[in-house]
Design a binder for this molecule. Sequence first.
Ligand SMILES: C[S@@+](CC[C@H](N)C(=O)[O-])C[C@H]1O[C@@H](n2cnc3c(N)ncnc32)[C@H](O)[C@@H]1O
Ligand SMILES: O=C(O)C(=O)C[C@]1(C(=O)O)C=C[C@@H](O)C=C1
Length: 247
Amino acid sequence: MSKQPDRLFAQPLEQVPDFVFNEDVVQVFPDMIKRSVPGYPTIVENLGVLAARFAQPNSALYDLGASLGAVTQALRRHVRTDGCRVIAVDNSAAMVERCRQYLTAQDSMFQELLPVQVLEADILALPFEPASVVAMNFTLQFVAPEQRLELLGRIRQALLPGGALILSEKLRFTDAHEQDLLNELHLDFKRANGYSELEIAQKRSAIENVMKPDTLETHEQRLRAAGFSKVVPWFQCLNFASLIALP
Ligand SMILES: C[S@@+](CC[C@H](N)C(=O)[O-])C[C@H]1O[C@@H](n2cnc3c(N)ncnc32)[C@H](O)[C@@H]1O
Ligand SMILES: O=C(O)C(=O)C[C@]1(C(=O)O)C=C[C@@H](O)C=C1
């Protein structure tokens, strides 16, 4: 994986453009996400552990919004169920190209990894195959809010009995005090990871139009409306959480 440090927002920009997952972001992405999302390494590794419990023989495991394939790798490290294969999907050409390179390098180093297919596609337009595990790690927050329910409904339809959707998201809070506290603590996390006030402020303007977090209650209600029978939060670190949704 690229070890390049994230300095994308270190210099003052006259106008901060909306955040896009382009080549510049790809170069620094592993460093950016680890220094920006509290608990990210724990979530990724345990996604593999969780998936191993829900994986059904001869089924697809999806990694939606795979970026550089960190979750795909965790699935391949932990799932040992016969006949499973991973389908990693992302609509950023730059991400997909680098993801394929990383996965090919892994394949040449390790035997017995699950087969993987990397698709450059929009998850909003993708017909899903029957699947036992669908992982969406910090991807739904980038989908337009009015399209989220329909997407979750299609995922629910594709899920096999005994399977699960694992959904990780940044959260928003209706209680103003809770929102302010967790937001401030998240900024402290970024500061502790070496981001300057300028980097933090410019990144915030870059993502505020493209990333729209929901409250935990909105997630739970929408997952139910999409046909999921049970929603179990399994991880939260500050304002970032991960949920297991059962069909
Ligand atoms: C925050 S990153 C996900 C991080 C990754 N899952 C991980 O754990 O390392 C969000 C990813 O979702 C992708 N994405 C956003 N909207 C998408 C869509 N409609 N279809 C496919 N991919 C999408 C972006 O290109 C980006 O790579
Ligand atoms: O909330 C923030 O400030 C973030 O930087 C979060 C976040 C994310 O949750 O995906 C946003 C964009 C980058 O992909 C990495 C992290």
